[in-house]
Each structure stands twice: as C-alpha cells, then as structure tokens.
Design a binder for this molecule. Sequence first.
Ligand code: PAF
Length: 281
Amino acid sequence: MKTTSKIKEIRDFLSVENIGEIALVPTMGFLHSGHLKLVETAKKHGDTVVVSIFVNPLQFGPDEDFDKYPRNLKRDLDILRESGADFVFHPEVAEMYPSDLELDISLNSMADVLDGVKRPGHFEGVVTVVNKLFNIIKPHYVTFGEKDRQQLMIVQKMIEDFNHDIEILVVKTEREDTGLAKSSRNTNLSEQELLEAPHIYESLQLGNELIQNGERNVAEIVAQINVHINENTSGTMDDLQILSYPDLDAMTHVDSDVIIFIAVQFEKARLIDNLRVKVND
Ligand code: PAF
C-alpha cells in the first residue's frame, strides 16, 4: 500500500498504465468497520482502491466539532494495510486549500432540508472537497454510505449536474449489534451515552412499526419518536423529519415510501441516522 499527502504524488502513483479502473473511498479517517465495508465494496468493483483521509474544514460550521473530530493517521494506515487498499491519500489542509477559494459550489433545493438547514454551508463544503477529490484521483467508482443519505443524494446529483463519469457504489449502514449506526463520532460519546445511543435506531424502528401498523399521521409518528428519545436518552432531538422518498418533500400524511431522518445531540457528538420505510397501500 502506498501513501502520500501530496496531490502531485498521488497523481504520479495513479498515472501508471496497469492501474485499471479506480474506486475511491473518501473518508475523514478514524476508521471503523463501516469504512471497511466501503473498502470491500470498492475492491469488488475497481482494480485499484484509493482511500482518502481528510478532515475537511470547509464542511464544519464555526461552532461544530472540527477540532474535536477524532483523528489517528497511524491507526488508520494500519487498518487500511490489512484491508487491502492500494493507495491512501491523506493531504494536509494547506495541500487541499493552499489559498482561499474564489469559486463556490452552491446548492439549491436539496440543501433546503435537514442538515442543509441545520448545518449551513455543510453540503457546500462536502461537494467542494468531493469535487476536488474527483479531479485529483479521477475515479471510475466512488463509495458512499446510506447513513449520510442526504450527502449521498447530493453527491449523486453533483455527478449528474457536472457530468462526472463516475458510478456511486451505495453501501448499507453498518451497525453495532445494538443497532447503533457506526460512526467515528461515537468515540466522543460518554459511557452512559453509548448505552443510550442505540435508542436512536430503536426510535426509527418504532416509526417503521407505527407506519406498518397503519399510522399515517406524520405529526403523531414524530411525537412518539420524540417521546422515545426523551424517555430513553440524555440527548436532545436536534432534527426529526419524515420526508418523501426519493424527493425529500415534506408531508403531513404518509401515502408513499418515506425516509425518517433523525439527529440527536449528545454532549460532544451529534449523531444522525435514517431509515427508509416502504408503504404498501
Ligand atoms: O462522509 C464523509 O466522511 C465526508 O463528508 C466526506 C465524503 C469524506 C467528504 O469530506
């Protein structure tokens, strides 16, 4: 496995003839088994797997956890060596952003909901860095996880709108045995919060159950999920929305497939999760 923090060097590594099709796994590091699922998927499709590790300052708001975001490059590289990644690109901030950007990518309606509203500028930061990574690595495939579903949908749209010739490989959310979605941010939970956090997924399942049992009133489902989180965790509900699938339109009555999106704020970590619910009638 070859590693570099330099754009020129990763380009040189990838410009040899027998590199074949490249699959990119973009990450912010502090890897867990969810990331390894991404690498596994990348290996099934690409001849060469490139993992990027970069905690992108552009996608963090001024009051968010950029400084507290967990980092451990040595540990990540050890894990990736075992996983069979071929190249790791781990630039410093100054390598990716040597000067202030003069051009911005702005988003329209897809960022008018959920984290687009809760985290102003977040998705602009994500698409900017992903766009740069696409131009540096020139992948044929890129992996994205369903846990960050809004991100996945926005990147999919960016690929279409900007004519990147790249296929997204969508990977299911990797969960602990308790149901808690794997996330690097879980390491910022206290012991007590770690016991409570699986209730996030339980509350999504509660929403699914209510819908499968015929409940169609969105306000009622939202109320019951809120109660579940309040009664079982010390976290506060930061966002809870039931939106149409795939358009993410707001609704008061569930009459087609939906996605339940949730964000719970614990002391040092904001955890997100979502569940797609199929509606049969
Ligand atoms: O999902 C992430 O880890 C990040 O948002 C990404 C896609 C690596 C861009 O910084």
